[in-house]
Design a protein around this ligand. Structure first.
Ligand code: GLU
Length: 416
């Protein structure tokens, strides 16, 4: 998480990007181009706090590569945000967009802050201050932000409003994940989870496990984790474990998912309401069919990978499994559906939202869901097929599928 040591997410992403490009036949120049973002902006900006004092916040916006089109990706509010993490996240966004065949490159932003300790008005001033600080390098045809860890539709609304004021015209296509009345798309809020649920279906099919009563464990109960628990429950699976930052809940007969959905706070905290909890580490090692890490980076590591009992791991979070752990679980025959494939639902429906904003014509939820399913299944089939045909693990296969359009676009533009 801190950008150093073995679990440095940027270094491990670069290792796989290099591997993927070599397997696709590209040389050092292409690797040099794509292993780092083309642009990273660091901003320091003042925010007036409720006590009247001014605090200076540090934020970032990284744009990986725009050979395919404008860059796209969320903005996270988290105390551990750092430059290397944002860079890695922007590369992962490129891969997600590549796998889904969206006309975007990857981008990502973040602010070092703890939104759980800030008031509503402080969050508004923080969001607006960030947009003013990055406004020169973003825009509907340049770089389009969206929600990520601890940001939501309200924050997107403030950011869109601030951007529209700066540009002096209404610019809904500047940002996605907006509230419906401000040009948001039906199905966007639950899109990441919807996409993960589709990947769970595909993975279960490959392993010949029926969804009915399949035992699911979900780490994290934020936007992705909570909606996923709901979809899994609806589909007839048994959600036997969930967790938040404080701890985890376990019931071998299945948890009351709808009750937990109702009681969670806006940051996905719910376990504090219960006395009988287990640790996050115990949760990861539970006997189950499907394990879905839906929290943050570096959760499945060389320390615990040998003890994981799931048959399938579907990564709803970005970067939850280290490279060492990827090898351990793959060698043990666990089917791993990697983050850049599994969590693509969010950016896919963000793309639909942007298309709708540009057209000024809005789709039904049915249309959003059908198109989302088509794109996710196509992505899964391509990655799975390449993994089998080239005898590479699912993560490397996903990187190969994800990076090839960008590399081809850069070559055709004459950059390499
Ligand atoms: N933050 C989400 C992700 O990591 C969504 C990004 C977007 O919608 O642009 O995929």
């Amino acid at each position: 998480m801190n950008g150093t040591g073995n679990n440095d997410v940027l270094t491990s992403t670069q290792i796989v990007i290099e591997d993927a490009l070599r397997k696709l036949g590209y040389g050092d120049d292409m690797i040099e181009l794509l292993k780092e973002p083309m642009r990273v902006l660091t901003v320091r900006f003042p925010v007036r706090m409720d006590d009247g004092k001014t605090r200076i916040f540090v934020g970032y916006r990284a744009q990986h590569n725009d050979a395919v089109g404008p860059t796209k990706g969320g903005v996270r509010f988290h105390p551990d945000v750092n430059e290397n993490e944002v860079k890695a996240l922007s590369i992962w966004m490129s891969l997600k967009c590549g796998i889904a065949d969206l006309p975007y490159g990857g981008g990502k932003g973040g602010i070092i802050c703890d939104p759980r300790k800030m008031s509503f008005r402080e969050l508004e001033r923080l969001s607006r201050g960030y947009v003013r600080a990055i406004s020169q390098i973003v825009g509907p045809t340049k770089d389009i932000p969206a929600p990520d860890v601890m940001t939501n539709a309200q924050i997107m609304a403030w950011m869109m409003d601030e951007y529209s004021r700066i540009r002096e015209f209404d610019s809904p296509a500047f940002i996605t994940g907006k509230p419906l009345v401000l040009g948001g798309s039906l199905g966007r809020e639950s899109a990441t989870a919807r996409g993960v649920a589709i990947m769970v279906d595909e993975a279960l099919n490959r392993k010949n496990i029926p969804i009915q009563n399949a035992r699911v464990v979900i780490q994290g109960f934020g936007n992705a984790g909570s909606y996923l628990a709901h979809f899994m429950h609806q589909a007839g699976a048994k959600v036997i474990g969930i967790s938040d930052v404080n701890g985890a809940l376990y019931n071998e007969d299945g948890l009351d998912v709808e009750y937990l959905m109702e009681r969670r706070d806006s940051f996905g905290t719910v376990t504090n309401l219960f006395r009988d909890t287990i640790t996050n580490d115990e949760l990861l090692k539970l006997d189950c069919d499907i394990l879905v890490p839906a929290a943050i980076e570096n959760q499945i590591t060389s320390e615990n990978a040998a003890d994981i009992k799931a048959k399938i791991i579907v990564e709803a979070a970005n970067g939850p499994t280290t490279l060492e752990a990827t090898k351990i679980v793959t060698d043990r025959g666990i089917l791993l559906v990697p983050d850049v494939l599994a969590s693509g639902g969010g950016v896919i429906v963000s793309y639909f939202e942007w298309v709708q904003n540009n057209q000024g014509y809005y789709w039904s939820e049915q249309e959003v869901d059908t198109k989302l399913r088509e794109m996710m299944v196509r992505g899964f089939n391509q990655v799975y097929e390449l993994h089998r045909r080239r005898n590479v693990d699912m993560r490397l296969a996903a990187y190969m599928v994800g990076v090839r359009k960008m590399a081809e676009a850069a070559r055709l533009r004459g950059w390499i």
